[in-house]
Design a protein around this ligand. Structure first.
Ligand SMILES: [Zn+2]
Length: 144
């Protein structure tokens, strides 16, 4: 029953063609930017790995230093993986434009606010559902 209602909402909330084009362009631009970032951090991670391997060979006995040698590498990898996540979300959003489901909250089927999409065109949930999810992921956050 609930799903049927959601499907109807999705039908109703279809984007007009001009808006679709607008968000498509926005997503493609964001995709290019994030791909550039991913490539940059991938290169950085490779370089820092090479650097620290070189340093490590020179002072192999200083085990305590290994952690700090690796930290830049880990940082680059960490940045890269969150950017890869965004690129994946952008790919999904592009698919949703194709499927006529873009701009619609994946949870409730309501429209995602345009201001939110303008800032984050790959957003998957409306503000309300996102907050709900975040409070479920981290129950302590709300009471703080
Ligand atoms: Zn929602």
């Amino acid at each position: 029953m609930k799903d049927e209602k959601k499907t109807k909402k999705i039908q109703k909330n279809k984007l007009p063609k001009a808006k679709k084009q607008f968000y498509y362009d926005l997503l493609m631009k964001a995709r290019n930017e994030f791909m550039t970032q991913v490539k940059f951090h991938a290169d950085e991670a490779l370089t820092s790995q090479k650097d620290s391997a070189g340093e490590r060979a020179g002072m192999a006995t200083h085990m305590a230093d290994l952690g700090s040698d690796n930290s830049r590498h880990d940082l680059e990898l960490g940045l890269m993986s969150s950017e890869v996540d965004v690129v994946e979300m952008i790919e999904e959003a592009l698919q949703r434009i194709h499927d006529d489901e873009y701009g619609i909250c994946l949870d409730c089927g309501d429209l995602i606010a345009e201001a939110r999409l303008a800032a984050k065109p790959y957003a998957r949930y409306c503000t309300r559902c996102k907050e709900k999810r975040e409070s479920m992921e981290d129950p302590g956050r709300r009471s703080r």
